[in-house]
Design a protein around this ligand. Structure first.
Ligand code: UN1
Length: 496
């Protein structure tokens, strides 16, 4: 099944039938491939090739670079079903979410194509007669991308589509849990690039490896930007190492996203939003809803309604019409159980969270999503557990709700459900949510690619995807041109 998909996507079988690292599907634990893990020397060789590709690619006009991405987007449209299904097999996403992830890739390609005819700089008023100032944006260099298992293809594409139109080659290290989808993206890319005469060899490369491979990317002076998605623990190691060599990083790390549910909220809407954002992707999005901060007047009702809705959610094989697929692996399941234990110890009332379908899938980890009523925002609630656990806490005063929203170390996404315009605006004001994303009457997950994506505090501060996130992938240059016959100095200095 997986081999047939990889074949259709153009992946050479030698890449997933040899090697020392087995890849298992979270759907049933079956082995779906074996890959070779690359070491430092192999990564360094790929970086050297990328550095060479940069010399040529930076000279190609940006709209032509955009044309390559347009064609890549077309290839993604053509192979959306296959790639989406492969995402399901390798990451355990349900059909809709596997396809949605490929759609997110297509969307960022479209965005990048438009961007390739923009990449605007400024013209700036000069204080000197006969002078002209402007700001231009130039290609930056090799971009290293480190991505996580949970968005195995979309997050790479956010980075790659922008990096490539900005004139940079890309070296991608996907999670060791999801190398096959990366090989498929790369095969599609190579198919398009091979017929694109201006594209140099090694414009996009994949590195399959573990920690050592990631470190090689992080430490190599030829890598101008490291864009890393993953845990805060990983970011804490990456950020200082990249900074120590004065390179750039874009970090997208942990989230601990909340919804404030106000008394005026449309509860029907809220139930649906909570279901998608807390239960979708089996709670394994960085934007997953993890904390529900509900006004005391609606808390009991929302918990009852959620329990009823949770009880009806179909759990099972993600390609067979379920809404919740498996967790990625056993450590993830164990982490969830530990968090629930800790929540109980901290006074939580736990509903759900048990292993499911063990007889049918002894080597896979399906769970019922959990709702945990907590007496307050205790330690376990402040920690991101990458599983479907929704902690519910009460509030009385809206300012306290905002304070609770902000009182965790992470700062990715947040939302408020209210029909009170004052609350909605306050939540998005300077004294409101401290997160990179703050929504009104929609959940914290499922962002469109048009906005900048990322967050503050332990989330790492990076921005990817839309808006002006492209600027991280280029170097800015200020130009002053003297078209006069004099040489006036700035600040009125005379130097005669
Ligand atoms: C992630 O989980 O790393 O906003 C990215 C969302 C998706 C991206 C999630 N568009 O939920």
């Amino acid at each position: 099944m997986v081999a047939a998909l990889l074949d259709r996507l153009g992946v050479d079988s030698s890449l997933y039938q040899q090697g020392d690292h087995a890849v298992h599907s979270p759907i049933d634990g079956s082995r779906i491939g074996t890959v070779h893990l690359e070491g430092r020397a192999e990564v360094e060789q790929k970086i050297a090739r990328a550095a060479e590709a940069f010399q040529a690619w930076r000279k190609v006009p940006a709209p032509r670079r955009g044309e390559l991405i347009r064609q890549y987007g077309e290839a993604l449209r053509q192979y959306k079903a296959e790639l989406g299904e492969l995402v399901s097999w390798e990451a355990g996403k349900i059909t809709q979410e596997g396809l949605g992830e490929v759609q997110e890739m297509i969307d960022i390609c479209d965005f990048a194509v438009g961007l390739s005819r923009q990449l605007y700089g400024l013209t700036i008023a000069s204080e000197r007669p006969g002078h002209h100032m402007r700001e231009t944006w130039h290609p930056l260099g090799v971009v290293g991308v480190i991505s996580a298992f949970n968005f195995p293809v979309a997050v790479w594409s956010w980075n790659a589509a922008l990096a490539l139109v900005c004139g940079n080659p890309v070296v991608w290290k996907p999670s060791e849990k999801t190398p096959l989808t990366a090989l498929a993206c790369q095969a599609l890319f190579e198919r398009v690039a091979k017929n694109f005469s201006e594209a140099p060899a090694y414009l996009s490369q994949v590195v399959i490896g573990a920690r050592e491979a990631g470190e090689a990317l992080v430490d190599d002076p030829r890598v101008a930007l490291v864009s890393a998605t993953g845990s805060t623990r990983m970011g804490r190691e990456v950020a200082p190492r990249v900074a120590a060599r004065f390179a750039r990083s874009v970090l997208e790390l942990g989230g601990n996203n909340a919804m404030i549910l106000a008394p005026s909220a449309d509860l029907d809407l809220a139930v649906r939003a909570i279901l998608f954002s807390a239960v979708g992707t089996a709670g394994q999005r960085c934007t997953t809803l993890r904390r529900l901060i509900a006004h005391e007047s609606v808390k009991a009702e929302i918990v009852e309604r959620l329990k009823a809705a949770y009880a009806k959610v179909r759990i099972g094989h993600p390609l067979e019409g379920s809404l919740i697929g498996p967790l990625i692996d056993k450590p993830s399941f164990d982490g969830m159980q530990r968090a629930l234990e800790q929540a109980r110890a901290e006074g939580g009332k736990v509903f759900g969270g048990e292993r499911q379908l063990e007889a049918q899938f002894p080597n896979a980890y399906y769970v019922s999503p959990a709702i945990v009523e907590m007496p307050g925002q205790s330690a376990v609630v402040c920690h991101e557990t990458f599983a479907p656990i929704l902690y519910v806490i009460g509030y009385r005063d809206f300012d306290d709700a905002i304070a609770l929203n902000n009182a965790v170390p992470q700062g990715l996404s947040s939302c408020v459900f209210t029909t009170d315009v004052r609350e909605a605006e306050l939540f998005q004001s300077a004294v409101g949510s401290d997160c990179g994303i703050a929504n009104v009457n929609i959940g914290p997950s499922g962002a469109e690619i048009g906005g900048a994506f990322g967050g503050e505090k332990e989330t790492g501060g990076g921005r990817e995807s839309g808006s002006d996130a492209w600027k991280a992938y280029m170097r800015r240059q200020t130009n002053t041109v003297n078209y006069s016959h004099e040489l006036p100095l700035a600040q009125g200095i005379t130097f005669d």
